[in-house]
Structure formats: C-alpha cells, structure tokens
Design a protein around this ligand. Structure first.
Ligand SMILES: Cc1ncc(C[n+]2csc(CCOP(=O)(O)OP(=O)(O)O)c2C)c(N)n1
Length: 615
C-alpha cells in the first residue's frame, strides 16, 4: 500500500505519478470504508482526491496556507496531514471533526463549516503576508456551489483589484448539494464545454498572430500562459474582467495536468483563478450516479449503497408535506431555499410547484430579503433555513423583514444540537438572536402535529414568524392532545402545585418525563408548553409561578439570551429559578444523545438537579 508510506504532504513529493494515482485509489477506498460506517460527506471528498494530492505535491506545507471553503471536502486533506489513523474516529465524540478545525492540526488553517468564506480569509491572509513581507503562498479552494454565496463574490470583487498574490482554485463539479441553478453556474458550464475552449484558442491564435511583425513570436510566447490570456478574448469573461488571471479549465482527475497548472500559477503574480473540473462522487458508482443523495450520508452498505440506519420521518419532511397541502389551497404561498431543497424537505414542493419554488443557491441573505420583496407584493413566502445558517441573515431579518412587519414565514430547521457536524452547525443561538428582534414572532412545536398546526397558523397571520424545530424525528411521548394554537398563548400539558416547568419545543417531552420522575418523589409539577417564545404567554406563566413559587425552563438553545433568560427578566414576581440550556461555549461534535448527556440536559440529569435544588 502506498498509503502506508504517506503521512504528511512532503511524503507525496517522493512518489512517482503512477504511485500518486494508486494512492488516490487507496484513499478513495479508505474514505468509503470510514464514511460508510461513521456517516459524513462522501461525494465531495471522492471528487477532490487527485486535486488534493496534486496541490499538496506542489506546495510547501504547512508554511504555505490552504483554506478550504466549507471544508466538508477535507477528508483527503486530513488523511494527508498526519491524521491517517485518527480518520477512523471521524465525527465521533472526541474524535476528529468533519470539517477543518484549528485546534486539530497546524494544517487546518481555519475553522469552517459555513459556505463562501475562503476567499475573504485568503485575501486577508495574503494582505497580512504582504504587510509582514513574508512569502508563503495562500490558496483558497472553493466549490462552484460555495462561489454562489454573496461573500465569495464580494471577496472576488475585492481580491481582483488587490494586486496581491492569491491563488483561488475553483473546484467545479456543476453541483452544490443539488445541481447548481443560477446564472453563474450557466457561465461556468459554458466555460467548461470544449466548444468554448477551442473557440477561444482559435480566437487567440487569429487575433495575436494577426498583429503585424510581433504577432507570430508573441503567439508562441503567450501560449505558455494561454489560459490566462485566452480569457481576455471571451466575451463577458467574468474572472478576467474583475482582475483575476484565469487558468484552465483543467481536468481535476489528471494529476500531471493539475500539477503543471498549479506550478504555473505559482510563478504568476497577482490574483489567479484556476478552474478545475471534477466529478462529484468520482470512483463510487452510486455516488457518481446520484451525487445529491451521497453528498452527506448516514452509515450505509458499500456494496448496495443503501443506508443501514432506519429512516424515520423527520421535522423537515413534516414541514415540506404540510406546506404542500397548504399551497394547494392557498396560491399565494411560495417556497424559497438557499441550496437546501432536499435537506429542508422542499423536494416535492419543487416538483409540484416549480413556478412557486425558488432555489437562490447558497445565499441565505438574498433569500430572506427576496422573501420580504415577495411579501410586499402580497405573496406568502415560506423560507426554511437551518438555524446555524440563518445566523448569516440577521440584518435581513431585522432590516428587511421585521422592521416593516413583512409576512414572511421562516422555518428554522435543525434548531438545537444537530450532532456529528459539530460547532459550526449546532443551532444553539437562534432563540437568542431572534429574541432581540422587535416584531419577530417565534414558535416552537413539541411534536410533528404541532408543527403542522403552527405552519398553518403562521401562514394565516399577517406578520413575520419564525418556527424553530429540531433535526430528526419527534419523540416517543404520546401527548394526549394538541390544543388549538392561539396567538401568544402557551399550553398547560399537566397541572401541578410545587414546581412550574416551562419547556420549549422538543424539550416539552423531556419536561413530561422529568415531571413523572419527580411525581414519584411526591413533587407535583405543572408542565407548560411555551409554544410562543415571542411573545410568550406571560399571564399563564405568572399565574403558575404564583402558585408554585419555583420556575424551571428547559430549552435546546444557549442559556445566554435564550428563552429562559428573557422570561426571567419579564415576569411579575421573582421566584427560585433554574434555566436549563447549553452553556456559553461552542459545542463540539458527537451524537445528539451524547451531547445532551455531556451538557446535563438528559432526563436524568435534569431530574437530579431539580430534585437537589427543590428543598
Ligand atoms: C452558509 C451555508 N449554507 C448552506 C450550507 C450547506 N452546504 C454544505 S456544502 C454545500 C454545497 C457546496 O457545494 P460546492 O461548494 O460546490 O462543493 P461540493 O460539495 O460540490 O464539492 C452546501 C449548500 C453551508 N455549509 N453553509
């Protein structure tokens, strides 16, 4: 095995080209092995094996710096930078992360997980290098999906005029999670086609050779950098016109060609963009055929490609199914996604109502403001976004939606801990930041049925709504009934006299289980399902704590600025209080249940703490 001899990037430099291809095959097998058992991002990593090998063969690491956008495609990078054995612990509690993490390795230049940051980071580092007069190479690797994010375009715009040495490698596989759809992807696809490539070469030859006297020698000279020059002759050549030298397109699975183009880029000055064409899922039949499905996977059988985890319905699907039903009755409903059609449960909506469905690509901010524009014209936009990605859209929520009370329904998916994706993906801040926005209304359902009811309610109320729900399925607890939703009203699930527990969303089930345990100790608990986090049901909660004089809140959000803290600050009387939630920290990866136990939010830990403090 070649992989046995390779631990760090410098080991690549000792390999022949044939050995590098062999290594690529071995790395693919290793990734398949680990991801089929741990879950993770598969197709993107299979697609980037040769590019990573070629890049690391040409650079001087860790002196040179490579910034991987999103960094979901860094499994090859991890294997080649001293973590070959640890790779088996990928995404597990206390194991290595599924994304780059500075604390994990000197080769992980930045923490990432959210899209479109790599060019800004790279430009920042390049400018710092220039000021410090050092000479490391800075390389940002970004996918064509991540390039659709506003920040990436802002950074290109700035980098283009910077004159600083920065290499941007565009890993173009035509896919975000699902196929890319926007104008930029059409432009890249034109660039990719051979027709365009040949036409540009011919144009260059004709124009340059036609220049009197110097034409022919000049042509010979420029062919060395023809990919850079050619772009000047392609109409609307975006990258060249904003100041980048464009090299490519190059086959991202041909190591010799990749090394040659990267070495060429190293010799050029200024911002360079290397356009690399790769195949997402390369080398694994099922992933090549359906890269969307194999973008991010739970454990699966390598031979059949089939998942080995039992698929249960989840909140995203319930949201999507409900929206489909509501959209049939109400033609004003439109759905928006920021490149997460499948993940947010909108696939069927997209199939059934293509004219009322908008994939804005990885552009949460634009999606939110566009929703405000649609609402201003009388439509009812519903925009599901994962809680952690919605962090991007804070100003759009404030300035474009809430300020003028636009009727936009934001479905805050994957709120709470999400598990193995770790810090960048935990949805633990949304209640805190949404709570700060005047006019924003926030609800959280305790089960699937309540999500259906809340979505319908929000669609029929002319004001901005955020409905937050967790990743995965509802709990097993069978609630006797789901009372009608009334604006700003909570729901008493169980009456009691000693302690009031007010719980949010999925924590209502936990509150019931805790209350049953406390009951066995003869402590009588009143359990309130908050339903509305904003405006919360002050009257109901005040009445309850007047009786019990002991308040417990439970939420799967950071305690800081969360539901419990807001409640405490607004209640009429002050009583003994415990606010359960996550601490003021970034929460690492691990299974949801493991994290809940670690942060003492499982039934037993909550029960024990209440019991101890109730005296
Ligand atoms: C702000 C933000 N929104 C959404 C996502 C979810 N997401 C992760 S990877 C990805 C697609 C990235 O596509 P691309 O950059 O082309 O990389 P590929 O996986 O195709 O190699 C998306 C939408 C994210 N990570 N960050």
């Amino acid at each position: 095995m070649i992989l046995d001899k390779v631990n760090y990037p410098e080991d690549l430099k000792k390999l022949s080209i044939n050995e590098k291809y062999k290594l690529a095959g071995e790395i693919r097998d290793y990734i398949l092995d680990v991801v089929s058992s741990n879950g993770g991002h598969l197709a993107s990593n299979l697609g980037i094996v040769e590019l990573t090998i070629a890049l690391y063969s040409c650079l001087d690491l860790p002196k040179d710096k490579v910034i991987w956008d999103v960094s979901h495609q860094t499994y090859v990078h991890k294997i080649l930078t001293g973590r070959k054995n640890e790779f088996k612990t990928l995404r597990k509690l206390n194991g290595i992360a599924g994304f780059t993490r500075e604390r994990e390795s000197i080769y992980d230049v930045f923490d990432a997980g959210h899209s479109s940051t790599s060019i800004s980071l790279g430009l920042g580092m390049a400018r710092a290098r220039d000021i410090k007069h050092s000479n490391e190479l800075i390389v940002s690797v970004i996918g064509d999906g991540a390039l659709t994010g506003g920040m990436a375009l802002e950074a290109l715009n700035d980098a283009g005029i910077s004159k600083t040495n920065l290499i941007v490698i565009l890993n173009d596989n035509g896919m975000s999670i699902s196929p890319n759809t926007g104008g930029l992807s059409r432009f890249l696809s034109n660039l990719r086609t051979e027709r365009g490539y040949i036409r540009s070469n011919n144009k260059i030859r004709k124009v340059v050779k036609g220049i009197p006297v110097v034409g022919s020698p000049l042509y010979k000279g420029v062919t060395r950098i023809k990919n850079g020059i050619k772009s000047l002759f392609i109409p609307n050549m975006y990258f060249e016109s904003i100041g980048f030298k464009y090299l490519g397109p190059v086959d991202g699975h041909n190591i010799e060609d990749l090394e040659s183009i990267i070495n060429r880029a190293k010799k050029l000055d200024g911002p360079i963009l290397i356009h690399v064409i790769t195949k997402k899922g390369k080398g694994y039949k099922y992933a090549e055929e359906d890269p969307n499905k194999y973008h991010s996977v739970s454990p699966f059988n390598i031979d059949t490609g089939k998942s080995i985890t039992k698929k249960k319905d989840d909140y995203s699907k319930v949201m999507g199914d409900t929206l489909l039903k509501l959209a049939k009755k109400n033609k004003k409903i439109v759905a928006i996604t920021a490149a997460m059609e499948e993940g947010t449960g909108l696939h069927e909506f997209c199939e059934k109502y293509p004219d009322r469905f908008f994939d804005v690509e990885i552009a949460e901010q634009h999606g939110l403001t566009m929703a405000a524009g649609m609402a201003s014209m009388g439509l009812i936009p519903v925009i599901p976004i994962y809680s952690s990605f919605l962090q991007r859209g804070y100003d759009q929520l404030v300035h474009d939606i809430a300020l003028t009370n636009k009727h936009v329904v934001i479905c805050v998916d994957r709120a709470g801990v999400v598990g193995n994706d770790g810090e960048t993906h935990q949805g633990l801040l949304d209640l805190s930041y949404l709570n700060t926005i005047p006019n924003m209304n926030i609800m959280a359902p305790k089960n699937f049925k309540e999500l259906e009811m809340m979505l319908e309610f929000a669609i029929n109320e002319d004001r901005p709504f955020a409905i937050r729900y967790p990743r995965g399925s509802e709990g097993d607890y069978k609630f006797i009934k789901n009372n009608e939703i009334k604006y700003g009203k909570g729901e008493i699930i169980k009456t009691g006299s000693d302690i009031t527990i007010v719980a949010v969303g999925k924590m209502v089930e936990r509150a019931m289980l805790v209350s049953e345990k406390l009951n066995e100790d003869n402590i009588s608990v009143e359990v309130i399902n908050a339903r509305f986090i904003k405006p919360f049901d002050k009257g109901l909660i005040n009445k309850s704590i007047n009786k019990t004089k002991f308040l417990v809140t439970i939420e799967d959000n950071n305690v800081h600025g969360g539901f419990g803290e807001c409640l405490d600050s607004e209640l009429d009387i002050s009583v003994k209080t415990i606010n359960f939630g996550y601490p003021d920290q970034f929460i690492q990866h691990g299974k949801v249940e493991e994290l809940e136990e670690k942060y003492k939010l499982d039934v037993d830990s909550i029960y024990k703490r209440i019991k101890k403090e109730y005296k």
